[in-house]
Design a protein around this ligand. Structure first.
Ligand SMILES: Cc1cc2nc3c(=O)[nH]c(=O)nc-3n(C[C@H](O)[C@H](O)[C@H](O)COP(=O)(O)OP(=O)(O)OC[C@H]3O[C@@H](n4cnc5c(N)ncnc54)[C@H](O)[C@@H]3O)c2cc1C
Length: 386
């Protein structure tokens, strides 16, 4: 058994776990410090399944912690993407593509007016777009966007995107190049995983009697499975706000070539054009426990959305349909900080629909907490025991 007190053990290899590992590795000043990521690639893991939309971040420094997290993350994404590409050879395809926001119903209209007000307060550019202008820009779409019901259109030039699976692969490869160890577990091993605290050596992670790991500190970045593990280790009253899975389904079409470039946002649904002609359509929201299989109902909902929005897409091949489990919290805030009853355990989870866009800021904050430094933003509202 490793008894290294200078080891950071990260449980969960999604966008949050690997971003923390990468940040720790690239800022390591003490060569005796080591980092290990334990991951079980459970069905429904969220990070590879997402759309990779990075909405624009506030340009004005704000005291709101979520805005600060988004601002910090987004401001560093171009630099991280370039570094990751250089270190791993994998291009995550981060690029600023712009977004179009559409309101069709009265409710969507009201929300979009509110969103526009927010954009103007925090310095995000959002300008009205006419149907004519959209049609001239993308003459390939026979219908005006999105049919007869459109009430309001805005375009937001600073919206960006990346390709999640590539970003994850780049984070993992770059971290491993910088010396991070990756430990792949089976789902059975993950199901047996326990964290115990032995007084003379610190916290110990084990699965059955096969293997044990002692690390000075652990990070729990297990996405939707975070609360399951905390309940197993510390009981129902474990001192942490609950995290639960919210399933999201997605469709992928393959167009012969890229026919439009901007992300189309309609309420909580979106259409995301990739650079190679693939088009993502998402996403549903459903509380279905840990069931992560895509369903015919989810598929029908998304097809109906395309029919009402850009029906021309339906003439092309539907190449994939999948689902992922978003780690949600009741107040829609991530849960990040030390666990009161076991301070060697730091929680980093609950990023719901925004885990990619908040990943870098979260990694910087968690790395600072692990090293007993001051995090770059005020973390009080994210405390596990709130
Ligand atoms: C359809 C969909 C679309 C989305 N679109 C966007 C978007 O456009 N922009 C955005 O910012 N966010 C988006 N999200 C949200 C984003 O994907 C999540 O917030 C983010 O991926 C959460 O990352 P995570 O690392 O916390 O969780 P996960 O990616 O779920 O990672 C947790 C990991 O922990 C592992 N694990 C769990 N238990 C154990 C154990 N006992 N031992 C070892 N390993 C374990 C799991 O296997 C998993 O790999 C979307 C999500 C979905 C589902």
């Amino acid at each position: 058994m490793s008894t290294c007190r200078r080891t950071f053990g990260i449980i969960g290899g999604g966008a949050i776990g690997w971003s923390i590992a990468y940040q720790l590795a690239k800022t390591r000043s003490d060569s005796s410090e080591s980092i290990i990521v334990f991951d079980a690639s459970l069905p429904g893991s969220s990070s590879w399944a997402g759309a990779g939309i990075l909405p624009p971040a506030p340009n004005i420094v704000s005291s709101d912690p979520l805005e600060a997290l988004q601002r910090l993350s987004r401001s560093m994404m171009p630099q991280w993407s370039a570094e990751l590409k250089q270190c791993s050879g994998i291009d995550n395809e981060f690029h600023v593509c712009g977004g179009v926001y559409v309101a069709r119903s009265i409710g969507e209209h009201a929300s979009l007016i509110g969103l526009r007000q927010f954009w103007s307060e925090v310095g995000i550019e959002g300008r009205p777009l006419s149907q004519e202008c959209w049609s001239n820009r993308y003459p390939w779409f026979a219908k005006q966007l999105p049919g007869q019901d459109c009430r309001l259109l805005f375009e937001v030039p600073d919206e960006a995107q990346l390709r999640n699976p590539r970003h994850l692969a780049a984070l993992r490869a770059a971290s491993q190049k910088l010396g991070v160890e990756a430990r792949q577990l089976s789902p059975e091993q993950a199901a047996r995983m326990v964290l115990t605290k032995e007084s003379n050596i610190g916290p110990v992670l084990e699965w059955g009697t096969e293997e044990q790991w002692c690390c000075g500190q652990f990070v729990l970045a297990a996405g939707s499975w975070t609360t399951l593990l905390l309940q197993r280790w510390f009981g129902e009253n474990n001192g942490t706000a609950a995290i639960f899975p919210v399933k999201g389904e997605m469709l992928l079409f393959k167009l012969p070539k890229p026919l439009f470039t901007q992300i189309l946002n309609v309420g909580t649904r979106y259409i995301v054009p990739r650079l190679d002609g693939h088009v993502l359509v998402g996403s549903t929201e459903q509380e279905a426990g840990f069931h992560s299989e895509p369903t015919s109902d989810g598929r029908s909902q998304l097809i109906e959305f395309v029919e009402q929005t850009l029906p021309e897409i339906l003439q092309f091949e539907l190449v994939q349909h999948w689902a992922g489990l978003r780690p949600a919290s009741y107040d829609h805030m991530p849960i990040m900080g030390r666990l009161g009853r076991c301070p060697e355990l730091v929680i980093a989870s609950g990023h719901f629909r925004s885990g990619l866009q908040w990943s870098i800021g979260s990694a910087l904050c968690i790395a600072a907490i692990l090293r007993n430094e001051t995090p770059p933003i005020d973390m009080r509202v994210f405390q596990p025991g709130r």
